[in-house]
Design a protein. Structure first.
Length: 116
């Protein structure tokens, strides 16, 4: 399984970005897909997940501002981020947790910087 994350960049406060995670080697619809982030000097934290059946969960920091979605035809997962704040600055990682083995696979990370 390989995950390729993209879409990060520099954005002003209250701006928007959409992150993409293209998967190969397995179908995203079969596993739990998630976005995590790691800010400088902090531990990696979960942001949002979507499971095979389509159920979605967000952490409190993401609720109401971020939307995780999945395009099965493109085998890609997205994270739409709106109303971005400076505290959202982090490297964002795409994650696949195998439904069969519970093994985690990680993308390479994409940097999001929220600054004026």
């Amino acid at each position: 399984v390989q995950l390729q994350a993209s879409g990060g960049g520099l954005v002003q406060p209250w701006g928007s970005l959409r992150l993409s995670c293209a998967a190969s080697g397995s179908a995203v619809s079969l596993h739990r897909m998630g976005w995590y982030r790691q800010a400088p000097g902090k531990q990696r934290e979960l942001v949002a997940t979507i499971v095979g059946g389509g159920s979605i969960n967000y952490t409190d920091s993401a609720k109401g501002r971020f939307t995780i979605s999945r395009d099965n035809a493109k085998n890609t997962v997205y994270l739409q981020m709106n109303s971005l704040k400076p505290e959202d600055t982090a490297v964002y990682y795409c994650n696949l947790r195998s439904s069969l083995t519970r093994r985690h696979y990680w993308g390479q990370g994409t940097l999001v910087t929220v600054s004026s």
